[in-house]
Design a protein around this ligand. Structure first.
Ligand code: HEC
Ligand code: HEC
Ligand code: HEC
Ligand code: HEC
Ligand code: HEC
Length: 449
C-alpha cells in the first residue's frame, strides 16, 4: 500500500516534472535562437573555433607566425587589418551602449582565441540580447592583433580540428593544407556584406559586387591588387629555402592609415585608383571662373571610394589673389549620402565606378573682392569626418579611460584624411605646377585635414 501510494506520488511528480521540462524546453526553443540560425550561411555569424597551437608551432598569434615569417609580419603590421581592433574609431563605436559588440567583433577579431566571451544564442533572435559564454582560451595579446594571420590562414574542419591553409601546400614545420581558392575568396566574407540590424544600424560594404562589375574582373582580383607579388624568401634565411613568388601583406587601400606613424610606410605602396586629367581654368566674364577636369577610375577594381559609407573624396577649388590670399573656395563631394534618421537609407551615390570617366565641370560662383591670380585644386580622401569626430568625443566617456582620453583628442592620434592631389595654376600665364608625392605626404602627415 505504502509502496503503491509512493509510486503514485512518484508518477504524479514525474508527470509534473515532465510537463514542466517540456514546457521549459519549448519555451527555450522559441526564446533563444542560435546565432547560425539567425544568420544562416554568414561566415561572420560565429568566431572561427581554433586550437591554441598546431604541431611544430608555439602558438597561432601573428607574433608566433612572425618568428619565422618575419617579412609577412612586418608587412601586416602596417596594415589596417592589424589595427582593426585597436582602431580608435572602432573602439569609440564599440563602446557605445547600444552597440551589438559580439557581432562587430566577429569581423574585427574573428578567431575564438581572441574573444573574452562567445555569443552562442540570441534571446528572441535579437542581436542586442546575446547569450555570452566566458571563453577559457582567451588571449588578450591575440585580441589586439585584429585581423591576424589566422583570420585567412586558419579554419576549423568538420571534426573541429584546426587546419592551416596555404596557397601551394609547401612543406613546412607545421601542417599545410593547399587551398589557394579559399584564401582568395575569403575577402568577400567581410568586404561584401550588407544587413540591416535595426532602423538606424546597417552594415553596408559591397566591394565584392562592385568588383564583379569592374573592368578588371576576372583578370585581377582583390589579392592581385592589394597583395602584389614579390620575389622573396618566405621564411627566415636560417631555413635555407630559396626565394619564391610571395605576396605583400600590407593590404594598402585608400592611403589613410590608422595612426600618423604608419603614414610613411603606407604611402610607399599607395596609389590612387584615379587618373586625373589636367584641370582647365577659364575666365568667364559672366560666370567668374570655370574649372573643368576629368577623373577616370582606371586602377581600382571597384568604385572609388569603396567600403565604409563614410569614406569620400573631397574636391576643393580655391582662388587666390596675387598675394596668395584666398578669395573664394568651392567644395564638391564624391561619395555616398546616407540618411540615418528615422530610418537608414542610401539617398545618393556619386562614387566613380571602375572604368568610368567623369567630366567635372564647375563654376566658381564668387563675388570677387579682388582679381584672382592663382587657382588651386586639391583632392582629399576622407575616412573620418569632423562632424563624426565630434560625436565620438561626446560619447568618449563610454570607452575605458585610456581610450576615452585619446578619443577626446582624436585629431592628435587618428588621421582623418589624406591629400593625394594638388595643383596650382597661374591664371595669368597659364602655368600649372603639380605638388610632388613627397610633399603631399608631408602635408597629410601634419593632420588637420
Ligand atoms: C618554425 C617556423 C615557422 C613558424 C612559426 C610558422 N611557419 Fe609557416 N612556414 C614555415 C616554413 C619553413 C615554410 C615553407 C617555406 C618555403 O617553402 O619557402 C612555411 C610555409 C608557410 C605557408 C606557405 C604554405 C604554402 O601552401 O605555400 C604559409 C601560408 C604559412 N607558412 C603560414 C604560417 C602561419 C599563418 C603561421 C602562424 C600560425 C606560421 N606559418 C608559422 C615555417 C614556419
Ligand atoms: C574577417 C574580416 C575580413 C577579411 C576576411 C578581410 N578583411 Fe580586409 N578589412 C577588414 C576590416 C575590419 C578592415 C578595416 C579595419 C579598420 O579600418 O580598422 C579591413 C580593411 C581592408 C582594406 C583597407 C585598408 C585601408 O587602408 O583602407 C583593404 C585594402 C582590405 N581590407 C583588403 C582585404 C583583402 C584583399 C582581403 C582578402 C585577402 C581581406 N581584406 C579580407 C576585414 C576583413
Ligand atoms: C586578409 C587575409 C590574409 C591575412 C590576414 C594574412 N594572409 Fe598570408 N596570404 C593570404 C593570401 C590570399 C595568400 C596567397 C596569395 C596567393 O598565393 O595567391 C597568402 C600567402 C601567404 C604565404 C605564402 C607566401 C606568399 O607570400 O604568398 C605566407 C607564408 C603567408 N601568407 C603568411 C602570413 C602571415 C605570417 C600572416 C600574418 C602576419 C598572414 N599571412 C596574414 C591572405 C592573408
Ligand atoms: C585592379 C586593382 C584592384 C582590385 C581588383 C581591387 N582593388 Fe581595392 N583598391 C584598389 C585601389 C587602386 C584602391 C585605392 C583607391 C583610391 O583611394 O583611389 C583600392 C582601395 C580599396 C579599399 C579602401 C577603400 C577606398 O576606397 O580607398 C578597400 C577596402 C579595397 N580596395 C578592398 C578591395 C577588395 C575587397 C577587393 C576585391 C573584392 C578589391 N579591393 C579589388 C585596387 C583594386
Ligand atoms: C561583415 C563584417 C563586419 C562587421 C559585422 C562589422 N564590420 Fe566594421 N568593418 C568591416 C570592414 C570590411 C571594414 C573596412 C571597410 C573599408 O575600409 O572600406 C570595416 C571598417 C570599420 C571601421 C573603420 C571605418 C573607416 O573608414 O576607417 C569601423 C569604425 C567599424 N568597421 C566599426 C564597426 C562596428 C562598430 C561594428 C558593429 C556594429 C562593425 N564594424 C561590424 C567589416 C565588418
Amino acid at each position: 500500500m505504502n509502496i503503491l501510494k509512493s509510486w503514485r506520488t512518484y508518477r504524479i511528480l514525474l508527470g509534473i516534472l515532465t510537463t514542466l521540462f517540456s514546457f521549459y524546453v519549448c519555451k527555450n526553443d522559441s526564446e533563444f535562437t542560435s546565432v547560425q540560425d539567425r544568420f544562416p550561411g554568414r561566415a561572420w555569424a560565429e568566431p572561427i573555433n581554433v586550437q591554441k597551437s598546431l604541431p611544430g608551432l608555439n602558438g597561432l598569434t601573428a607574433k608566433d607566425c612572425g618568428s619565422c615569417h618575419e617579412d609577412h609580419y612586418k608587412d601586416w603590421k602596417i596594415s589596417a587589418h592589424a589595427n582593426a581592433f585597436t582602431d580608435l574609431q572602432f573602439q569609440a563605436e564599440l563602446s557605445k551602449p547600444n552597440s551589438p559588440q559580439w557581432l562587430c567583433l566577429n569581423c574585427h577579431i574573428p578567431l575564438s582565441g581572441q574573444r573574452k566571451e562567445i555569443a552562442t544564442h540570441l534571446k528572441d533572435g535579437n542581436v542586442f540580447q546575446p547569450v555570452l559564454v566566458p571563453n577559457k582560451k582567451f588571449d588578450p595579446a591575440w585580441e589586439k592583433e585584429g585581423i591576424s594571420c589566422g583570420t585567412c590562414h586558419l579554419k576549423s574542419d568538420p571534426q573541429g580540428n584546426t587546419v592551416l591553409i596555404g596557397p601551394t601546400g609547401a612543406k613546412a614545420p607545421h601542417p599545410v593544407e593547399k587551398n589557394r581558392e579559399a584564401l582568395h575568396t575569403r575577402c568577400n566574407d567581410c568586404h561584401n556584406q550588407d544587413y540591416i540590424l535595426n532602423l538606424s544600424l546597417v552594415c553596408y560594404f559591397k566591394t565584392g559586387d562592385e568588383y564583379k562589375k569592374s573592368i578588371h574582373f576576372p583578370k585581377e582580383d582583390c589579392v592581385s591588387c592589394h597583395m602584389p607579388s614579390i620575389n622573396r624568401r618566405v621564411v627566415l634565411p636560417s631555413f635555407q629555402m630559396g626565394k619564391k613568388n610571395s605576396h605583400r601583406h600590407t593590404f594598402i587601400g585608400g592611403g589613410v592609415p590608422k595612426t600618423f606613424a604608419l603614414f610613411d610606410a603606407q604611402w610607399k605602396g599607395y596609389q590612387s585608383g584615379l587618373k586625373i586629367g589636367e584641370p582647365r581654368w577659364v575666365f568667364s566674364e559672366k560666370e567668374g571662373v570655370r574649372l573643368s577636369l576629368t577623373l577616370e577610375n582606371t586602377l581600382a577594381g571597384h568604385s572609388v571610394p569603396t567600403g565604409d559609407p563614410e569614406r569620400h573624396l573631397m574636391m576643393e577649388a580655391i582662388l587666390q589673389d596675387k598675394d596668395g590670399k584666398e578669395i573664394s573656395k568651392e567644395i564638391q563631394k564624391i561619395g555616398q549620402n546616407w540618411e540615418w534618421y528615422p530610418e537608414a537609407k542610401l539617398v545618393s551615390d556619386n562614387r566613380i565606378r571602375s572604368g568610368e570617366k567623369r567630366n567635372i565641370d564647375w563654376v566658381l560662383k564668387t563675388k570677387l573682392v579682388s582679381e584672382p591670380k592663382f587657382g588651386i585644386l586639391r583632392i582629399l580622401h576622407v575616412r573620418l569626418t569632423k562632424e563624426n569626430a565630434e560625436h565620438m568625443k561626446k560619447n568618449s566617456n563610454f570607452a575605458s579611460s585610456e581610450i576615452g582620453k585619446k578619443i577626446k583628442n582624436i585629431e592628435l592620434y587618428y588621421p582623418f584624411a589624406n591629400i593625394f592631389y594638388e595643383s596650382k595654376i597661374d591664371l595669368i600665364t597659364g602655368k600649372i605646377s603639380l605638388t610632388s608625392k613627397d610633399k603631399l605626404l608631408e602635408i597629410s602627415k601634419r593632420g588637420d585635414l
